[in-house]
Every structure is written in structure tokens, then in C-alpha cells.
Design a protein around this ligand. Structure first.
Ligand SMILES: Nc1ncnc2c1ncn2[C@@H]1O[C@H](COP(=O)(O)OP(=O)(O)OP(=O)(O)O)[C@@H](O)[C@H]1O
Ligand SMILES: [Mg+2]
Length: 323
């Protein structure tokens, strides 16, 4: 069953100077219930912007340019942020944000922040039932439940804070979870604990469908069923995790893989090769392939021929010369 549908979604920021930044362009994909999609790409390629669009959350200066997002057949477009917050977030689509600190109100204890989420969506539930529910849920996270619930965010370790944010984001068993670099601010051992917690929640079916965004492409091999590679606001390759990691076809995916130290068992530790150059300025119209300037195999015509997604080797690739 298709749970999540995104058709030709384009998003832009309108700056104070009236300039349009085309942060996301022509993104299309569908997800079935139970699927985990990984999205990877360099900093600034539009991942976090896309997340806001996928939740239907358009707060100026971000605006939809075109396209549609649907959750279980329901459109998230043309809705007010209030409507989205009340009727979509937490229950249908929930986000685990990039930085746990900013996501938690520093003046309130974790139990109060969490209780508000339940109270806002379950009208007839009393305080005692809320706290019982909270304790049961937090007991799954491998932390000292009482200590964490009774703490202010600043009193917790970074790992406890991130686990609390994940716990709060998934309290109402959302149909769809979007995790925006949920481990990027953590040290390696804490990252592992947080990933384990996410797997535990998947196993317990607290949620089953997830978009997982990261800089670290190799991490997705263990997490994702399918992977989308994003460059300068566009998806440039979309396929299974195996295809993208072991047999990339788009020159950018190849370059991105080369730029990552592979810690995969059985793979040689290669020295990463940085991708030369920088992504294009998204405020200017781009006529050709967005990667052409940095592409090692670009042809003269690539600089002025727009590239569309096409099927090569059973996956989608935005390059007419990829094989
Ligand atoms: N409020 C804003 N106003 C104008 N432009 C913005 C705004 N927020 C982001 N952008 C621009 O939109 C583009 C995409 O940014 P975004 O934060 O979505 O990238 P990202 O892939 O999430 O990066 P990172 O990996 O660093 O989190 C960038 O060019 C960025 O400068
Ligand atoms: Mg981001």
C-alpha cells in the first residue's frame, strides 16, 4: 500500500531582497508502508528544506513552488501551519530534528514537554493516564526513565536529550517518521545508541515507515531499503540501498561514494577523494545539468541541457549519459 506520495515537488525561499532561492526542484517518489528511504547529499543540497515540504509545513520565507505531497491519500498542500500542526504532525507525519537542543523548550522538564504532546492530541485523557503512558514508553529507551522525565533538557547528556526528542516525536505512533540527521551532533558511541533505539522502535512497530536523512551514505546501508541522492535541490539517483552503495550510476553518486571513507566490513579502507568545486548558486536559473561544473565526465552539451530522471539498471538516474 502506498503511504506517502510526492509528485514533482519544488520549493523556494523568498529572501528579504525579493530573491528566490530554488532550494528543492522536481522531487518525486512514493513510499510503501514499512519502507525506509535514506536521503543523502552534501550540506546545503536542500535536505532540511525538503523535510519541511514533506510535512506540508510552509513558514515564510519557505514557499511551495509546485507539486504535491500526500499521506495516505490526503494532500498536505495549501494548508495553514496551524492546521498542519494540529492535524498532521505527531500523528501522521512526525519529524526528528537535526539538533535536539533547539527542539526542546529549555524551561520545561522532559515529562511536561512530552505530556503536552499527548494532551494536545488526546482530548479526554487525564494527567495520571498521560504520565503512565509516558513512563511505559520511556521505559523502552534504555535510560533511567524517572531521572530523564524529571530533568530539564540542560541536565541531560546529548544522547539522553536526543533519545528524549525521538521518544517525544514518536509518542503518538506516527504513520511516517522523518529523521533529519538524527545523529549528526553526537559522538560515535552515542550515535550507535541512538540508531539502536530507532531500530528498537521499528521492531516494536511504534512506527514502521521512515525517511532517514544523513551525510553519511555508508550508514544508510544498514538502515535504508531505498536511497535517494540529492544534489543542488534535485534527486539525481534513486534506487535500492544495494544499487546506490555498491553500483552507483550517476557521476555525483560515484563522487559522493568516493568522498566517503568506507568502514564497511570486507571493503578496503580507501582514502576519501574530495569532490572538487562547489554546488551551483540556487538563486540563479540553471539551464543544464546542475552537476556539470564538477562532473569529471561532463560533455559540452551537459552545461545547457536539462537532465530528467530516467531508468537505468533498474533505478532512476538524472543523467542521459549514465550507463
Ligand atoms: N531561511 C532561508 N532563507 C533563504 N535560503 C535558505 C534558508 N534556509 C536554507 N536556505 C538555503 O537553501 C538551501 C538548502 O538548505 P538546507 O538547509 O535545506 O540544506 P541541507 O541539505 O539540509 O544542509 P545540511 O546538510 O547542512 O543540513 C541552501 O542553499 C541554503 O542556503
Ligand atoms: Mg539540513
Amino acid at each position: 500500500m502506498t503511504l506517502f506520495e510526492v509528485e514533482q515537488l519544488s520549493l523556494h525561499y523568498l529572501t528579504r531582497f525579493g530573491e528566490k532561492i530554488h532550494a528543492v526542484t522536481d522531487v518525486s517518489f512514493t513510499m510503501k508502508k514499512g519502507e525506509i528511504l535514506g536521503i543523502a547529499g552534501e550540506s546545503g543540497c536542500g535536505k532540511s528544506t525538503l523535510v519541511n515540504g514533506l510535512m506540508g509545513l510552509f513558514i515564510p520565507p519557505l514557499y511551495p513552488t509546485d507539486g504535491i505531497v500526500k499521506v495516505a491519500g490526503e494532500s498536505l498542500m495549501n494548508r495553514t501551519p496551524e492546521d498542519i500542526r494540529k492535524n498532521v504532525l505527531s500523528r501522521k507525519v512526525s519529524m526528528i530534528p537535526q539538533g535536539a537542543f533547539n527542539a526542546l523548550n529549555p524551561t520545561r522538564k522532559i515529562k511536561d514537554i512530552a505530556a503536552d504532546v499527548i494532551a494536545a492530541h488526546m482530548k479526554d485523557i487525564d494527567r495520571k493516564a498521560i504520565h503512565t503512558r509516558l513512563r511505559e514508553r520511556f521505559d523502552l529507551f534504555g535510560m533511567n526513565t524517572e531521572k530523564v522525565l524529571n530533568s530539564y533538557p540542560i541536565q541531560l547528556t546529548a544522547g539522553e536529550r536526543q533519545r528524549s526528542v525521538i521518544g517525544i516525536s514518536t509518542l503518538l505512533n506516527p504513520r511516517m517518521v522523518i529523521a533529519d540527521e538524527p545523529t549528526s551532533a553526537l559522538d560515535v558511541s552515542t550515535q550507535k545508541i541512538v540508531i539502536k533505539m530507532i531500530f528498537n522502535l521499528l521492531e516494536k512497530e511504534i512506527f514502521s515507515t521512515m525517511i532517514f536523512i544523513t551525510h553519511e551514505l555508508p550508514l544508510l546501508r544498514h538502515v535504508a531499503d531505498t536511497i535517494a541522492i540529492m544534489y543542488a535541490g534535485e534527486f539525481v539517483e534513486l534506487g535500492t540501498a544495494e544499487q546506490i552503495i555498491f553500483d552507483p550510476r550517476h557521476p555525483y553518486t560515484k563522487a559522493l561514494m568516493g568522498a566517503m571513507l568506507s568502514a564497511e566490513a570486507g571493503q578496503k579502507q580507501k582514502k576519501p577523494t574530495a569532490i572538487e568545486g562547489a554546488p551551483p548558486n540556487l538563486a540563479k536559473p540553471i539551464t543544464g545539468c546542475r552537476f556539470a561544473e564538477r562532473c569529471p565526465v561532463a560533455k559540452p552539451q551537459c552545461h545547457h541541457t536539462k537532465q530528467n530522471m530516467r531508468i537505468i539498471a533498474d533505478r532512476q538516474v538524472r543523467c542521459e549519459y549514465a550507463q
